[in-house]
Design a protein around this ligand. Structure first.
Ligand code: F6R
Length: 262
């Protein structure tokens, strides 16, 4: 794992978008794992801008989202399918048939989850997975005590996550669906490369636990320490509780991998 600190939320999101853009240019058929949430909006704005202004081509790209609420039809403006259409898919030249989210209205959830895993496998696995971290320490909707080897399944959301996501539901946590389908931690860890974006002072505690704390299912993001190619990009605010910042800054300023991003 490596940690990159950027001065602002905008600079952190732009770096993440540039990493995605580079991977897509190098491999037009990229299988991209996608996340939703407030943090990602700036990444999608930036990818849409790169498409518009620099011709970044999504025509062959395939995508798999991490999760979807149970009980919301795709027409519901709170569904993650709706979010993805609005934030990214409608703004770039992606073939909508190449975009995948779990079906939160499935009649047989066990079959739907197994099918989602099969679809990912049939595409050859996820090349690059984009992640955020929730206040509960979750990745996807893998709430505390999710097995670090878990696969795509139904999961109940914690009250903390309902609170976190309430802003998308007019500020009312009781309106946030309490169940979702999510890729498992084990599914996520099989991606070839992972890039995580965490911004804001309210995430400083949890990002320090995830990155520098012990690996524990109580903070499922800590499972990312097991991944061979995982980059965590934070802004200064989210970096506030990290202990190894001097080393992290040195990496970005000196390592050849980051030279063209400086
Ligand atoms: C969403 C997802 C979640 C979010 C996390 C952070 O698809 O997988 O893990 O990335 O809850 O959400 P925000 O960015 O809204 O704080």
């Amino acid at each position: 794992m490596e940690v990159i600190i950027r001065p602002t939320e905008a600079a952190a999101a732009t770096l993440v978008a540039r990493v995605i853009g580079r991977e897509l240019q190098a491999r037009p058929q990229l299988v991209l794992g996608l996340a939703t949430g407030r943090t990602m909006e700036k990444v999608y704005d930036e990818l849409a801008r790169e498409h518009r202004e620099a011709g970044l081509d999504f025509s062959l790209c395939r995508t798999f989202n991490l999760d979807e609420y149970i009980g919301l039809p795709v027409t519901d403006s709170h569904s993650y399918r709706h979010y993805m259409n609005a934030q990214l898919f409608q703004r770039v030249n992606i073939d909508r048939r190449n975009t995948h989210l779990p079906n939160g209205m499935a009649t047989d959830f066990r079959a739907e989850c197994a099918h989602y895993e099969t679809e990912i496998r049939d595409c050859g696995g996820i090349d690059l997975q984009l992640l955020g971290i929730g206040r509960s320490g979750h990745i996807g909707f893998n709430e505390p005590l999710s097995a670090l080897r878990s696969r795509t399944r139904e999961k109940a959301l914690t009250p903390m996550t309902a609170e976190q996501n309430a802003s998308m539901f007019g500020g009312d946590a009781s309106k946030v669906p309490r169940r979702a389908i999510t890729m498992g931690v084990g599914t996520i860890l099989e991606a070839h490369r992972i890039i995580v974006l965490v911004t804001g002072v309210e995430k400083a505690d949890i990002v320090a636990k995830a990155v520098e704390g012990p690996i524990t299912s109580m903070v499922t993001a800590s499972g990312l320490q097991l991944h061979p190619h995982c980059t965590v990009v934070v802004d200064e605010a989210a970096a506030g509780k990290l202990k190894g910042t001097e080393y992290y800054r040195w990496i970005f300023d000196n390592e050849p991998e980051w030279q063209s991003f400086r």
